[in-house]
Design a protein around this ligand. Sequence first.
Ligand SMILES: *[C@@H]1O[C@H](CO)[C@@H](O)[C@H](O)[C@H]1NC(C)=O
Ligand SMILES: *[C@@H]1O[C@H](CO)[C@@H](O)[C@H](O)[C@H]1NC(C)=O
Length: 279
Amino acid sequence: MKGLFQDIRHTVRVLVQRQQYAHVDFNASPTTPYSLLARTLPWLLQLSVFFTAFGYFVFKYQTVATDRACTSRLFSYSPVIEAGVIQYASYNIAGEFAHPSVYRGRPTNDTEAAWKELFVGIMHRPLKLYVIVLKLNPQAPGINVPREKLPLLNKSSTVSWLRTPETKGDGYVGYLEVFHQLHCLHMVRLKIYQKEYEEEFGHPARQFGPEDAAVTATHIDHCLETLRLNMMCTADVTPVMIAQDDTAPLGRHVDFNTMHKCRNFWDIREWVDQNKVVD
Ligand SMILES: *[C@@H]1O[C@H](CO)[C@@H](O)[C@H](O)[C@H]1NC(C)=O
Ligand SMILES: *[C@@H]1O[C@H](CO)[C@@H](O)[C@H](O)[C@H]1NC(C)=O
């Protein structure tokens, strides 16, 4: 019995001591590691959910904002960029040597309609008459350039630029370079196919009619120069690869299907049609 009581007394003392130490421990460190984890785990989970959601929206917003921000930063001002119309897509452009295309070859109703669709109404007349034609009968889909944007285009406000009607923005009329360039390419093309054009349609292309003869040569020359300047300005640095090919005459052929990051031309075209201030 004595032994048993001693045992119990010993056990109680140990327990009391433990409690005392626990009490001391408790004072020293307000929470044990287990309770700290248990208390903070729900918070950590909530925070991680929050930051995941936050990160997702930041990422999503940034991808949209970055393309537009980069475009504004890397290219001259345009209402089209400001409107957020420009998007990019990467794909191989179909540039094969003999790739069929409605824009290629001898002029027909189809080729001419396809070409005109690229730049409808843009400067149908030779350069010297262009301003007059625009004033008398504006046909090209010009868009509004707000007045305060002139400095961004490095244009003086002392020049009397063609004005946009007050109801349509009250700025200045602007045409997009892409349409001018396509028009120019078309002019050069018509020059090359001049004979075939007359055979097909029974008359010269109107850009090459007798009334415009005096300025036609200069116009073609201007167009070639425009294209040269723009190509050098853009300086497309996409690598063009050469495939070894035993069946090809030189034992190799150039792969003109080059990967490009392209703008959405047809959306731009449509936006201009919808936002034109003269037509
Ligand atoms: C081309 O269009 C004109 C005018 O619409 C038409 O008279 C002519 O038959 C067409 N030519 C061909 C080959 O379809
Ligand atoms: C801005 O335009 C003026 C006059 O046309 C020209 O002299 C000047 O070089 C242009 N500035 C820039 C940065 O191109």
